[in-house]
Unconditional design. Structure first.
Ligand code: PAF
Length: 281
């Protein structure tokens, strides 16, 4: 497995493989890899001959006061996991390598970035779009895999890739869950044992909404209320949002619907967790 630190090394690596006719799959990550990331590596590999993983805790997607400094890190563990998963190259740039001091250009997808996480984190998705665009330009993948847990991020990356004519196929990977239902996330490591126990309320809330949907309930407000009631009962849970929206463009929905994504963001102390479920008739 090659470990590359500079944009020039990464570009040269990709150029050589592409010249040889090989397709490159890419999984951008912020590290502290879990089974969700590993499943994305498998998805990227399914559409490619070589797989690149980037590990970069991107400072521009964190606002001041968010958890940039507390974001969990374990570089040696991550490299071990990538090696064991037959990753071909890991790209490990520093912030200085990725961002010149006078960097002034950002990428925005304002309509999709405004609701849900964008309300509490208004600069977050511009940071994501900017780094993903830059990583795409450096890694030059044919296919890139993103997790469906970050439903809004995946929708935004798909739209950005389409709008900017980036020649990259975006594939989504299903949410991978712990045995009790908690969606895997690097941030789970920051939960205290009590918070970890209570955090299962997110997936339980989605299950309560699913029960309503399966019984024929089609009112987005009823789905939200069912999930909200479960999350509100969890000790220490502070809800940022529980919202049902259109799964394609994240627009508001009401009345009787035949498709919806129910998305949640909940804080336990300083740790913010997200989860979602898609409902289709
Ligand atoms: O989902 C993430 O881990 C990050 O938002 C990403 C896509 C790697 C960009 O920094």
């Amino acid at each position: 497995m090659d470990v590359l630190h500079t944009k020039a090394e990464m570009r040269a690596w990709s150029r050589a493989r592409r010249k040889g006719g090989l397709r490159i799959g890419f999984v951008p990550t912020m590290g502290f890899l879990h089974d969700g990331h590993l499943s994305l590596i498998d998805r990227a590999r399914a559409g490619a001959d070589r797989v690149v993983v980037s590990i970069f805790v991107n400072p521009t997607q964190f606002a001041p006061g968010e958890d940039l400094d507390r974001y969990p890190r374990d570089l040696q563990g991550d490299l071990r996991k990538c090696r064991a998963r037959n990753v071909d190259a890991v790209f490990l740039p520093t912030p200085a390598e990725m961002y010149p001091p006078d960097a002034a250009t950002t990428v925005h997808v304002p309509t999709l970035a405004r609701p849900l996480c964008g309300r509490d984190r208004p600069t977050h998705f511009a940071g994501v779009c900017t780094i993903v665009t830059k990583l795409f330009n450096v890694v030059q993948p044919d296919v890139a895999a993103f997790g469906e847990k970050d439903f809004q991020q995946l929708a935004i990356v798909r739209r950005m890739t389409r709008d900017l004519d980036l020649p990259i196929e975006i594939v989504g990977g299903p949410i991978v869950r712990e045995p009790d239902g908690l969606a895997m996330s690097s941030r789970n490591a920051n939960l205290t044992p009590d918070q970890r126990r209570e955090a299962v309320a997110l997936s339980k809330g989605l299950a309560a909404a699913r029960a309503i949907w399966d019984a024929g309930g089609r009112d987005p407000r009823a789905l939200e209320a069912a999930a909200r009631a479960v999350v509100e009962a969890a000790a220490g849970a502070e809800i940022d949002y529980v919202e049902a929206r259109h799964p394609d463009d994240l627009t508001a929905i009401e009345g009787k619907v035949d498709r919806a994504v129910l998305a949640l963001a909940v804080r336990f102390g300083g740790t913010r967790l997200i989860d979602n479920a898609v409902f289709e008739a």
